[in-house]
Design a protein around this ligand. Structure first.
Ligand SMILES: Cc1cc2nc3c(=O)[nH]c(=O)nc-3n(C[C@H](O)[C@H](O)[C@H](O)COP(=O)(O)OP(=O)(O)OC[C@H]3O[C@@H](n4cnc5c(N)ncnc54)[C@H](O)[C@@H]3O)c2cc1C
Length: 454
């Protein structure tokens, strides 16, 4: 029997396979590429998906044109769009090798982060850190210094122990920390130095985590944030806009049995429904409504394997701006952003995110040189993000922020050179490894070429 729902599903599929691809195809026959949020579109001349490193090297040697490696397309900044070729590394994925004594494992560059946890668990290992979601590829994630939360925890790039890079000329370079002029550049390189094919990660023994969520007044959380971040393995908050409250998340190790029942569809939809109802009220009148809901939120606790706790699912599409400010400037910067959103009555209901990341010494890591507070603002993909991001970005600059490479920002060569001590060295290395600039697109030219340089 065909129910109404099955009919609708069938009709949608028919549309996908019949009309949609034709409608999507550009006039020259190429299929467009879109990022996760849908805000970025490109019309690449072609797509290449090598099945082996040899195939990749042969293709790089045989073709001289522009090319951009793509991971899972989860960046909000235009790192990937190209009218040259898109290089898809999905076939270079999976566990390749492991070191049981050193608790390390090597994965193909195209491995999704979500496949790493189960593969490590089978070896008795666990990931040191994961970001909020795990759909990204390993190469894509380290290329932008993707991070999680924790004062003792580096970004994923900080946990790389070795990697292999295919250069523009098709040469394979095996890099370790001993390669002092290449390794710290290659660990966060935005696909500008070459194509990563395999990455070795430092892990630890497998472990379980307990996550506790609750709502609390933002000012109360900020007052004890330092102590809380030191006490918990992970501690972060999601301040609600036009409100006095934040959602708080603390995660710690535990040996307790797994207790992580699946959310009911009603629970999963509750927050999105609340945000939709807030949107119906003008921003200046929203505070009592949001505060009222926050006061009703019951604390929750779940226990599960580390990789199932560290990453979540984000069903609602959005665009995001994130800057990493020096840790000691974080609270003041966050307060100024929340005040600005309230004072200017900016119509945003998505919570912010506030978390600490441990400092490292990778040339283009946002956390290079010391611990940072990462602060994110989000705008639903259905709305223009500019009014929010334009109001907030100068506040990040005022507090010495560095933009997340994978998220929306407006900085170029001159500003970035002032933010990163080794920026000039990175640009020189890029020129040396890719003298013809085949790995550049318009966005990367803006980042890495001095104004006026062809
Ligand atoms: C819902 C959502 C949640 C997110 N949560 C977090 C978070 O918690 N923390 C955080 O820090 N970030 C977060 N991000 C940002 C995201 O992790 C980064 O933008 C990441 O770079 C995306 O990885 P990707 O695999 O999609 O790569 P893409 O976006 O496809 O590419 C990113 C960069 O990697 C390069 N690249 C990809 N593969 C290769 C390769 N094989 N060799 C060389 N270069 C390559 C690309 O050229 C590009 O420059 C989030 C993004 C979304 C959409």
């Amino acid at each position: 029997m065909i129910t109404r729902r099955r009919w609708l599903a069938g009709a949608a599929l028919a549309g996908l396979y019949a009309g949609a691809p034709r409608a999507l195809a550009a006039q020259d026959g190429t299929l467009p590429w879109r990022n996760w949020s849908g805000g970025l579109v490109a019309h690449p001349a072609g797509r290449v998906a090598p099945a082996t490193e040899d195939e990749l090297v042969a293709w790089l040697k045989a073709n001289a044109g522009p090319v951009r490696a793509v991971g899972a397309g989860h960046s909000f900044s235009p790192l990937v769009p190209t009218d040259g070729h898109l290089l898809i590394l999905d076939k270079l994925s999976g566990l390749l090798a492991h070191d049981p004594d050193g608790l390390r494992a090597t994965f193909g560059a195209g491995t999704r982060l979500g496949d790493i946890g189960p593969a490590l668990a089978a070896l008795g290992q666990g990931p040191l850190i994961l970001p909020d979601i795990d759909r990204q590829t390993l190469a894509g994630a380290i290329s932008t210094a993707t991070h999680g939360t924790g004062l003792t925890l580096h970004s994923l790039s900080g946990n790389v122990r070795s990697l292999r890079l295919a250069t523009a000329a098709g040469e394979l370079l095996d890099l370790t920390p001993e390669d002092a002029e290449l390794f710290p550049a290659a660990c966060v390189s935005l696909g500008a130095l070459g194509v990563l094919t395999r990455i070795e990660l430092q892990n630890r023994t497998a472990y379980r985590l307990r996550a506790r969520n609750w709502a609390q007044r933002t000012e109360e959380v900020l007052e004890v944030f330092e102590a809380s971040a030191e006490r918990h393995r992970h501690f972060e908050m999601f301040p609600l806009t036009h409100s006095d409250y934040a959602l708080v998340l603390a995660i710690d190790e535990t040996d307790d049995p797994i207790d992580n029942p699946p959310q009911s569809p009603e629970e999963a939809a509750a927050f999105a429904q609340a945000m939709a109802s807030w949107l119906a009220v003008p921003p200046g009148e929203r505070r009592p409504l949001v505060n009222g809901l926050a006061e009703q939120i019951e604390p929750t606790e779940v226990v599960d394997e580390s990789y199932r706790i560290l990453s979540n699912v984000r069903n609602d599409r959005f665009n995001e701006m994130e800057y990493a400010v020096p840790r000691e400037a974080g609270a003041a910067c966050l307060r100024e952003i929340l005040d600005t959103i309230a004072r200017e009555r900016i119509d945003v209901v998505f919570p912010l995110e506030y978390r600490y990341v441990r400092g490292d010494d990778l040339w283009l890591s946002m956390d290079e040189g010391g611990d940072r507070a990462a602060i994110s603002v989000h705008r639903s993909a259905a709305f223009d993000y500019r009014p929010l991001f334009d109001a907030v970005e100068p506040i990040f600059w005022k507090y010495g922020g560095r933009p997340h490479w994978g998220k929306v920002h407006s900085l170029g060569y001159r500003e970035l050179a002032a933010l990163y001590p080794r920026f000039g060295d990175f640009c020189a290395l890029r020129r040396e490894l890719d003298p013809r600039g085949r790995f550049l697109n318009d966005h990367l030219r803006r980042l890495f070429l001095a104004e006026g340089t062809a």
